[in-house]
Ligand binder design. Structure first.
Ligand code: 8DG
Ligand code: MG
Ligand code: MG
Length: 146
C-alpha cells in the first residue's frame, strides 16, 4: 500500500463452545500481544460472517465448526498499536462439527498457545475488548430460559 488509508476494518471472532469451555489463544500480535483472545480474523471480500468464522477457525486451529450463530458486534479503536487501528468486530458462537476433533496451533507466529478454558475460570490477561465484554456480564452460552 502506498498510502495508509485509515479506515475501520471488520473483524470476526468466534466463541467456540465445548461443554462449559471456550477456545482461547495467547496472541502474538501488535494488537493485544500476550493476551488471551478468541480465534478469528479479518472479513474477506464477499464473505458472510459465518464463512469468515469457519475459515479462520480452520486456518488457525484445523478444526471444522457448525451451528454458527451471530451474537453481538463491537466498535473499538485500538490506540495501543503503534499505528492506531479501528475494528468493527462481529462475535459469533459455534460448536465443533466433530466433538472428538481437537485443535492444532497452525499459526504459531500469531498464537503462542491454544486451550479450552472454563467460562467460570477464564485465563488472564484477556484481550481487552473481550475482557470488557466479560466484565459487562456478556455470556456466549445459549440461555435455557427465553
Ligand atoms: P487474518 O490475516 O487471518 O485475516 O487476520 P488475523 O491476524 O487472524 O486477525 P486477528 O487480529 O486475529 O483478528 C482481527 C481483528 O479482530 C483484531 O485485530 C481485532 C478484532 N478482534 C476483537 N476481538 C477479537 C478477539 O477476541 N479475537 C480476535 N481474533 N480478533 C478480535 O475486537
Ligand atoms: Mg487469522
Ligand atoms: Mg486471528
Amino acid at each position: 500500500k502506498t498510502h495508509m488509508e485509515k479506515v475501520p476494518r471488520v473483524g470476526v471472532a468466534v466463541f467456540l463452545l465445548r461443554g462449559k469451555t471456550v477456545l482461547l489463544g495467547l496472541r502474538r500480535n501488535s494488537i493485544g500481544d500476550s493476551t488471551y483472545a478468541l480465534p478469528g480474523g479479518h472479513l474477506e471480500f464477499g464473505e458472510s460472517f459465518e464463512e469468515c468464522g469457519a475459515r479462520e477457525l480452520k486456518e488457525e486451529t484445523g478444526m471444522d465448526i457448525e451451528k454458527i450463530e451471530f451474537l453481538t458486534v463491537t466498535n473499538k479503536v485500538f490506540k495501543e498499536n503503534p499505528k492506531p487501528a479501528h475494528y468493527v468486530t462481529i462475535f459469533l458462537r459455534a460448536a465443533l462439527s466433530d466433538p472428538l476433533q481437537d485443535f492444532q496451533n497452525l499459526e504459531p507466529d500469531k498464537c503462542s498457545g491454544l486451550g479450552w478454558y472454563d467460562w467460570d475460570n477464564l485465563p488472564k490477561p484477556l484481550f481487552w475488548p473481550l475482557d470488557e465484554m466479560v466484565q459487562s456480564g456478556f455470556n456466549p452460552f445459549p440461555s435455557q430460559t427465553y
